[in-house]
Design a protein. Structure first.
Length: 123
């Protein structure tokens, strides 16, 4: 299951996975982000907040994740990965290579810094 919310004044979408990601989670995110982008007419700034790396419920959910990335890579400005998982440390390198999107890792205690970074027009 994944929780999604907008920091409307900030122009940021927060995704908070609460367990392994399923195909339904990516359908929900697709609907949410599609609506957000249409109503705001701007690229998304995404903050992913997860204490640990959630993984996927099945190979099909992993494939759905790859499809989701492909669909939204040109509609996303920056991504802040807020986690204490070791995956967070390698995510920026993988994402840059796969998508060209600027991604930065922050520890859980530094979520405020992540929000500031997402809103910084120079970074």
């Amino acid at each position: 299951m994944i929780q999604l919310k907008e920091l409307d004044a900030q122009g940021i979408v927060i995704a908070h996975p609460e367990g392994p990601l399923s195909t339904q989670d990516f359908d929900l995110m697709d609907h949410f982000l599609g609506k957000y982008i249409k109503s705001h007419q701007t690229k998304t700034k995404l903050l992913i907040h997860s204490e640990l790396f959630p993984g996927w419920t099945s190979p099909s959910s992993f494939y759905k994740h790859l499809e989701f990335i492909q669909k939204y890579k040109d509609k996303t400005h920056k991504i802040a990965v807020v986690t204490n998982s070791y995956v967070g440390a390698i995510a920026p390198y993988m994402a840059k290579w796969l998508t060209g999107i600027e991604v930065k890792h922050f520890s859980i205690k530094d979520e405020d810094q992540a929000i500031h970074w997402l809103n910084n027009k120079l970074a």
